[in-house]
Design a protein around this ligand. Structure first.
Ligand SMILES: [Ca+2]
Ligand SMILES: [Ca+2]
Ligand SMILES: [Ca+2]
Length: 426
């Protein structure tokens, strides 16, 4: 068995396929969080104000009624959204609507966000955009509902989330919007940036000589320096990392693997195992999906099989937090042109597969590069034989309340022409 990365030998035959080394710890973490949530879910009743009897001039005790603390109830809040650097997290009410007994008054909400248990200054809204300072840290949010000064309840939202490295969806040139890479027949690598609201900006040439690669993709930030990178595989099966400089150029390139020529597909997976670093997923010649977890510095941790029999699933591409929740999506297209969303709760394993599209056969290219139209919902694209670039607008989590949970798209539109001459688009 070939070694798949430098300096370390990996025998896929012995790579764990069904064991889940990080499951127990994750489970403990979830249980701890759940217990905390349960403990905190009990109605919080403020201690009554001091009610020492007041004595009037005659010395007669007189009851003074303190402001009454009424028990407050609230369904378990949820923490959702895109747990990556630059992604928006949302605290959402869950379960039942808050109420107070005896009833009366209008609930108001306040929020407190924490990073590794410490309050984040200024983070008091219902949403929070993760920053570079949050990379690898655990973000939590506490929701307080108040009916009056005495009647309030604070719950921690389920579940705290570890923030992953910047995803490919943040683009390459530093403005955190979708960009698409394309290689032309002459081997030039081009960048087609957008303004993040569905408009193209001027294309730029990123380099020449890229014809040496038979496979190109962007893993997001793979080396942990905060910038989106590109990976290429050459004919010898060597894998090279091109470090983005964060402003549309490069730092340097270096080899990060060898022996990758046997893989049918290699693609980004996002932070599939939830440790904060971006990972890769490959399909080998036996149609097995194998995760190559990134080590956050441009290298790899131990690879392992995550699914079997992904026959003829080509292409495979990362969709990030397509469902608008903290789940991570990887999409594949089968030979019938159906699109399948394979989701993970970022524990290193797939949780389930959903059908999300049909009629994608006959297209030259299908992929996803982030949010094209600026609604903070991940979109997909295709290129057909006539060179048309079509964008498919994802619904994010809106599909959950749409009455048609089977429809994951708002619609589609052609956003470019003349894309047929490229030898790679990603
Ligand atoms: Ca980088
Ligand atoms: Ca990871
Ligand atoms: Ca969108």
């Amino acid at each position: 068995m070939a070694s798949h990365f430098l300096g370390e030998s990996l025998d896929l035959a012995t790579a764990p396929r069904s064991t889940a080394p990080n499951r127990p710890r994750r489970l403990v973490a979830l249980l701890t969080t759940s217990l905390l949530a349960v403990a905190m879910a009990a109605p919080f009743i403020a201690a009554p104000a001091s009610a020492a009897p007041h004595r009037d001039a005659s010395g007669r005790a007189d009851m003074v009624l303190p402001a009454a603390a009424r028990p407050v109830y609230m369904g378990q809040p949820q923490l959702n959204g895109d747990p990556t650097v630059g992604g928006i997290l949302k605290a959402e009410l869950g379960g039942y609507a808050p109420f107070v007994i005896p009833e009366g008054g209008t609930p108001s909400f306040t929020y407190r966000w924490t990073r590794d248990g410490q309050a984040i200054a200024g983070a008091t809204g219902s949403t929070y955009r993760a920053t570079a300072a949050d990379l690898g840290r655990v973000i939590a949010v506490f929701v307080t509902v108040s009916y009056d000064a005495e009647s309030r309840l604070t719950l921690q939202a389920d579940y705290p989330l570890r923030i992953a490295a910047k995803p490919r969806a943040r683009g390459f040139n530093g403005d955190d919007t979708l960009d698409i890479f394309a290689r032309d027949a002459a081997g030039r690598l081009l960048l087609y940036p957008t303004d993040g609201r569905g408009n193209w900006r001027a294309a730029q040439v990123l380099g020449t000589g890229w014809n040496v690669f038979n496979l190109l993709f962007s893993p997001g930030d793979f080396d942990g320096d905060g910038t989106v990178d590109v990976i290429g595989r050459d004919a010898q099966g060597r894998l090279f990392l091109y470090q983005g400089n964060g402003t549309g150029g490069w730092k340097k390139a270096f080899q990060i693997g060898q022996g990758w020529q046997g893989f049918k597909t290699i693609s980004a997976a996002g932070d599939f195992n939830g440790d904060g670093s971006n990972d890769l997923i490959v399909v080998d010649q036996w149609h097995q999906a194998i995760l190559y977890p990134g080590n956050g510095r441009g290298g790899f941790l131990q690879a392992y099989g995550v699914d079997t029999y992904w026959i003829n699933q080509d292409p495979v591409f990362a969709m990030g937090h397509f469902g608008g929740r903290s789940n991570l999506g990887v999409v594949s297209r089968d030979i019938h042109g159906e699109l399948w969303l394979h989701e993970s709760s970022r524990n290193g394993w797939f949780a389930g597969t959903e059908h999300i599209g049909t009629g994608f056969n006959g297209l030259t290219s299908v992929g996803s590069a982030g949010d094209f139209n600026g609604d903070n919902k991940i979109d997909a694209y295709s290129i057909d034989a006539s060179g048309r670039l079509t964008m498919y607008y994802g619904k994010g989590s809106d599909y959950l309340n749409s009455g048609r949970p089977d429809i994951r798209w708002y619609g589609q539109s052609v956003v470019g022409w003349g894309w047929g001459g490229f030898t790679a688009v990603f």
